[in-house]
Design a protein around this ligand. Structure first.
Ligand code: GRF
Length: 207
């Protein structure tokens, strides 16, 4: 595989702080990739401005204008095929990708989740962690499979849960780690340093 530049696209629905962290690490040449597009389902997402400021093409596929998810995803997959990315990054993309897309881009889609999977999959992971009373939390970068938040784990980073934490405080602490973990995972996949057997991911040249 070597160190040649990979093409990535990013799907995001909202704020875009993970996207921002990734763009920065591409600009710094930490991640050997080019971002050839930001795709969003939300025309009001602030992630759009981040892409524009970085001269990254923005593709808005406004979910609200489609009759159903199948029609929406047909448009999405057409665009994704046109862009022909090496990797697809879900950075706060707030929809479940349908099986057709997941299968078409098998082993190419990465997601970040704000919990130490397999604990607390799904929405409001940080609130789930506080409500359960765990003492450590964190984030997970994983490959996307048909099972929600269930794909092979690439990187996890850990933070403490403090006694007085509310979900905002815990989310902020986790987010700082997300901004490290996601670029690091992308660097590894773009450099071809991942060895995956079943759901076990190993990083070449480590241990
Ligand atoms: C992050 O907490 C991420 O883990 C989750 O959605 C949030 C996106 O935040 N999947 P941002 O848009 O990257 O700031």
């Amino acid at each position: 595989m070597g160190n040649q530049m990979k093409k990535i696209i990013v799907l995001a629905s909202g704020r875009g702080s993970n996207f921002q962290a990734i763009v920065k690490k591409i600009q710094d040449r930490y991640i050997p990739a080019r971002c050839v597009g930001l795709i969003t389902d939300n025309p009001k997402a602030s992630v759009i401005d981040i892409a524009k400021n970085a001269d990254i093409p923005v593709f808005i596929i406004d979910y609200a204008t489609f009759p159903d998810k199948t029609v929406y995803e047909a448009e999405l997959i057409t665009l994704m095929k046109e862009l022909s990315p090496d990797f697809i990054v879900l950075a706060g993309y707030m929809r479940l990708l349908g099986d057709t897309i997941v299968q078409r881009f098998h082993d190419k889609i990465l997601n970040i989740h704000p919990a130490l999977l397999p604990s607390f999959p799904g929405l409001h992971a940080q609130e789930q962690a506080i409500a359960y009373g765990v003492k450590i939390a964190g984030c997970t970068v994983h490959y996307v499979t048909e099972e929600m938040d269930g794909g092979p784990v690439i990187i996890q980073r850990v933070v403490p849960v403090l006694d007085d934490d509310d979900s905002e405080q815990l989310s902020a602490r986790i987010l700082l780690e997300e901004h490290i973990a996601f670029p690091e995972a992308l660097k590894l996949v773009c450099e071809g340093r991942i060895e995956k057997r079943g759901r076990i991911v190993k990083i070449k040249g480590q241990g």
